[in-house]
Structures are given as C-alpha cells and as structure tokens.
Design a protein around this ligand. Structure first.
Ligand SMILES: Cc1cc2nc3c(=O)[nH]c(=O)nc-3n(C[C@H](O)[C@H](O)[C@H](O)COP(=O)(O)OP(=O)(O)OC[C@H]3O[C@@H](n4cnc5c(N)ncnc54)[C@H](O)[C@@H]3O)c2cc1C
Length: 491
C-alpha cells in the first residue's frame, strides 16, 4: 500500500533522534520539548499537517514517480511552465502559513537538491559514483519528504591566518577509506536545524589550490555521530507570551554553527569530493544557486506584503492615512512589494527549458536577489519612520492587562473610541516584533546575508545578464546617425 503523506506527527517522530544540540551551555536531550525550540518545531509540524490535510493535498503535494506517495511539490521537477507555476503556488502557501517569517522552510534545500539533479550531467563528469549517489539520495529524500537544512560557508574565523596548529577550522576531509569520508571542522550558518532531519554540507565560497580537503558536498543526518549543532540564543525562549512577541514566540527557526567532530559520511551520501572546480561549479555552472533562491523570493514577497499590511494598519491606527506624506510613503512601499512580486512572475514567464526541465529565468532571479538585499533594510526604515514612538509606548507585558494595579490605566492610556487597549497593543506588539525586536533585527541580517554577501550577487547578476539586449539598443542608436566628416589622422 502506498504510504500516506507525511504528517506533523511523522515529522515530530523523525526529529526525536538523539541529536547533539546545545544552547546556554547545555546539551539538550529532547529538543522538541525544550523552551528554546519547541514552538518553532511545532510550526514545522504544522506545515506538514497543513499539506497532508485532504483539502490541501492537491495544491501542496504531487505523486512521487518512484513511490507513488503524495510528497511536497518542493520536490517536483517542473517540465513545463504550468508545473513551475503549480509548484510556486504550493511554495507560496508554505510562506503564507508563516507569513513569510520562516526562511529555511523545507522547500529551500529541496530546491538545492532538485537543481543538482537537473544538472546531473555535471556530477556525472565529476564521477559516475558521485552522480548516482546524488540521484539515489534525491529519490530517498523526496520519497520520505525530508526537511533538510544546509551549512555551506566557512566560519569567519577561518580567515585569520595562521590556523592554530593541527586545527581544522573550515570543515574538511580528515580521513577517507572504502566506506566513506570523515569530516572535521565547522561550517556556518545552518538555519532551521532544530526543525530539520538532514544537513547538507558544501562549500559555496571560492576555494584555491591547497583547499581540496574542503571541497566536498555531502548529506548527513543531523543526529550523525560527531555532528554538534551550536545554537545562537533563542528568541523564542526569551519571548514569554505570544501576545508580547507574536513572531519570536512561534517562528524563531534558530541558526546554528555546525561543528563536525570526525563525522563519518558514507560514500552514498557524498556528491562532490576532492575537486575545487566542482565545489564551485555545482552552484553556478548549473542553475542551483538561482533555483534554490527562487523560493526565497517567493517567501520574501509574502513577507513584504505582510509588512506592508502591517504598516498600513499601524498608520491607520495612528490616524495618519489622510496625510499626503504618509500616503506617499505607503505608495512607495506598495510599489516595492509589487516589484518583488512582479519579478517572480517575470522569472516564470521568461523561464527557460533546461534539458527536460522548465526553470525560472536565472538573470531575473539574480536581479531579484540584488534588489531585495538592499530593499529590505530600506523597507524596515520606512516602517520605523511611519511608526514614530507607537511601538515603544506600550505596556511592559501582557501582565499589565491583568494586574489590578495597572489594568485600568492601561485601558485609559491605550484604548480608543474604536479599539480596545488589548487590540491596539496587540497590533503594535506585532509591529515591534516585526521591525524592532531582536528577532526582527536578526531577520534584517538574514535578508541581507542569507544568500551570501551582496557584492557576490551583484557580480553573479553581472555575469547572468544578457548584455547584448542592452548594448544592441545603444549600438543601433549610434549607427542611426553620422558623425562630422573630419580629417582622418594618419591619412
Ligand atoms: C541569519 C542568517 C542566516 C543564514 N542562514 C544560512 C544557512 O542556512 N546556510 C548557510 O550556508 N548560510 C547561511 N547564511 C549565510 C552565511 O552563513 C554567511 O553569513 C553569508 O554567506 C555571508 O558570509 P559571511 O558571514 O562570512 O560574511 P562576509 O563574507 O565576511 O561579509 C561581511 C562583509 O564583508 C564584505 N566582504 C567580504 N569579502 C569581500 C570581498 N572580497 N570584497 C568586497 N567585500 C567583501 C561583504 O560584502 C560584507 O559586507 C545565513 C546568514 C545569516 C546572517
């Protein structure tokens, strides 16, 4: 019998795997119930419950060609424009379920692996065994509808020569034998690993001769022996109530530095090995970088729409909507939201056939990344400008509403003729958590850096752009008129 679609409880079971994950000096034994992670983990489980519910099944899943199981459309390899759009509609729904506030939902690394499979020829040239490992892993991952995260950047401490004697700072192969490779060292910055089952380790930053041992790509279960996940502080844990921190308290996907303490990875999970050219080519010579960040733009378009709605509601609540400068700011922000949304449509309508697959236009995708990296902080700055002091003239916590000493004064100072104090404070608490809290600040850093530093994306956009379509216009124009007939030097 075909297995049913993955549910939230299937996912929770899979996460109870005895992994090594630390926070606040403690190695957590059951992270799915720990106050630092449990709400984010529940958000992850809710995504699977949503997709597997029968009214949503058609939109969110498709039949795996190997197992026949209904699995996330994130794993679907589109062959037509129509399939690309259907897949995007599912991805957009995933983003809507978290209002765009979870960056590394499972569609992200599923897209990485999908694009690697679309470019399997490149892996075959690198090594037939590595290509078949990738293909088989992809089939297994799709049929089990896994959630994977990734860490593909060396730790910044790796750039401080000389390395300490004997240290493996950037994760590298320290041993290999007939069974596989052994990895030692760190990679950053694996977002969402408390919610994930598997981890992709790779190297996206340029490697030079001598760095061969760092040039590997492999999948490891997050509970593999020797994998140490070191979390940053948990905003979820610090949040207290959902009323006070509606986003931090539910969507803090956490970011972890991964340390591999001699992690043994079998060959059937190794896709790239000992080849610095291939370590780079897998991202850029096939459309992996563009395809894995296309869902990120879909998510961002949802998040920006959410923020725009929030800006509108806050301005409305403060009685500002009739003021022309406020209308102007909101009009500017609405234009920016439409640009991001329009770029997604443009990526699809200008999509290209890549072998038998139909993929979004890479040049427009890179342009969207460049645009949104600088847009996000500017967008947040406009929201701050509109909000004034409203997000800071709030009660200290939900307790002020229930304490007999403060409740009456909270209602007198925060209620209006149209809104109760609870409703007004609820709105502005959301505003603070979206644009001012530590969670919000981490999000600003995320949107600027999740796809690498901006200069890299600008250079990739330079390489991907079809300059002929721009320069031909100029050249044709220049040839439409003559210059003066002057003397020719040397004639
Ligand atoms: C919240 C968050 C979540 C993330 N999630 C993930 C994840 O899930 N998986 C993952 O693998 N990565 C993730 N990343 C991205 C990744 O880990 C890096 O942060 C990102 O690639 C930037 O690299 P870096 O931090 O080393 O910054 P750097 O490369 O050191 O950049 C810092 C600054 O230096 C400048 N700079 C550096 N080198 C040059 C140069 N040669 N020329 C000009 N300027 C330069 C940059 O432009 C930038 O302004 C995440 C990042 C953040 C912030």
């Amino acid at each position: 019998m075909t297995q049913a679609a993955k549910t939230g409880s299937d996912h929770l079971k899979a996460l109870q795997d005895g992994r090594w994950i630390s926070i606040n000096g403690e190695v957590v034994s059951n992270h799915i119930e720990h106050p630092a992670f449990r709400a984010a983990v529940k958000t992850a489980a809710d995504l699977y419950d949503f997709s597997s519910a029968s009214p949503n099944l058609e939109k969110m899943t498709f039949r795996s060609p190997t197992s026949g199981r209904a699995v996330s459309r994130a794993w679907q390899l589109p062959t037509t424009y129509q399939e690309l759009v259907e897949r995007r509609q599912a991805l957009e729904q995933i983003a809507c379920n978290t209002s765009g506030w979870v960056g590394r939902t499972p569609d992200h690394v599923a897209s990485t692996l999908s694009a690697m499979v679309m470019g399997i020829d490149l892996f075959e040239r690198h090594g037939v065994k590595r290509a078949s490992a990738l293909q088989e892993y992809f089939t297994w991952a799709r049929d089990n509808d896994i959630w994977a995260g990734y860490a593909i950047v060396p730790p910044q401490t790796d750039r401080q020569p000389p390395a300490r004697q004997g240290d493996f700072i950037n994760a590298s192969v320290c041993d290999e034998d007939s069974e596989g490779i052994t990895i030692k060292g760190a990679r950053q910055l694996a977002t969402g690993l408390p919610m994930a089952q598997e981890l992709l380790l790779g190297a996206v930053q340029p490697l030079k001769p001598g760095d061969e041992r760092a040039s590997f790509t492999a999948m490891v279960p997050v509970n593999a022996k020797g994998v140490k996940l070191m979390s940053r502080k948990s905003y979820e844990q610090l949040a207290g109530s959902t009323f006070d921190y509606p986003l931090s308290s539910r969507f803090d996907e956490n970011d972890t530095v991964v340390y591999c303490d001699e992690v043994k990875i079998p060959w059937d999970r190794v896709f790239v090995h000992n080849d610095i050219q291939m370590a780079r080519a897998q991202w850029f010579d096939i459309p992996v970088m563009a395809y894995q960040n296309y869902p990120a733009q879909i998510r961002l378009s949802v998040k920006l729409r959410f923020l725009l709605g929030l800006a509108y509601r806050m301005a409305q609540e403060n009685g500002l909507l009739a003021l022309p400068p406020v209308m102007e700011t909101l009009g500017q922000m609405a234009a920016e939201v439409n640009v991001v949304q329009g770029m997604i449509t443009a990526m699809e309508t200008n999509g290209v056939q890549y072998g038998k697959y139909f993929i979004p236009n890479s040049s427009i995708q890179y342009s969207a990344m460049v645009y949104s990296q600088s847009l996000y902080p500017a967008f947040i700055a406009r929201m701050r400008e509109l909000a004034g002091g409203s997000m800071l003239s709030l009660p200290s916590s939900v307790a002020d509403f229930t304490s007999s000493a403060t409740a009456e004064y909270v209602e007198r100072t925060h209620g209006t003729a149209k809104r109760s104090a609870v409703d007004r404070v609820k709105l502005f608490n959301l505003g603070w958590d979206a644009i001012g809290s530590e969670f919000a600040s981490r999000h600003a850093q995320y949107e600027i850096f999740y796809s690498g530093p901006a200069f890299g994306n600008r250079i990739r956009n330079y390489s991907a752009y079809d300059w002929g379509q721009a320069t031909t216009l100029v050249d044709n124009f220049l040839s439409s008129y003559d210059g003066p007939a002057g003397p020719v030097l040397g004639a």
